[in-house]
Design a protein. Sequence first.
Length: 202
Amino acid sequence: MSLTIALPKGRLFEESVELLLKRGIISKPIKEGRKLLIECHPFKFLLVKPADVPVYVENGVADLGIAGYDVLLEREPNLYTLLDLGIGFCRIVVAGREESKERYFKETYIKVATKYPRIAQSFFSKMGIKSKILYLSGSVELAPTIGLADYILDIVQTGRTLKENNLVIIEEVAQSTARLVCNKASYRNKHKQVLEFFNKLK
Ligand code: PRP
């Protein structure tokens, strides 16, 4: 029985492929291109948007997947998280313009633009701050500059995007790394193969 594995395209892709190579799971690199289903016996790799990895795994079209903790926190999918892979480190932060930094800690109502509406909602309600969450699917850093929102909640890796848009980190919400996730039925039905894969990555 072969295993189908959902891999995140984009910033996590290279690190994921490097890890698979290093642990001898694959013997030659997988290239990120237009081809979205790559057969690499005994595995099939699906190259998908990072935020969609849990959807493929939860629905059983992929047995395993590599997903950022940020995405798992946002989606709360019904699957098993088997391993912290220690790659793809980033921070989930609240950021804003330098001049709003001081005001942030006194605010009782804020407008926040984010790709992570559930994380944002839950974070601000825990902090006792009323918030209006504006969901955007990308280029979130533009929002405070043009007055669409007061703050953003987003991931920061190198800090370059924030800097280039004159934004600063105000508060850290959580830290994130990539995780190995597994479909619940595959964990039972393909236990031997899943365990073999897990042991190589451990
Ligand atoms: C993410 C995130 C930030 C940026 C942070 O977006 O939403 O915009 O990366 O990275 P940095 O700190 O290294 O600059 P991504 O590049 O995944 O693209 P997107 O805006 O299209 O989602």
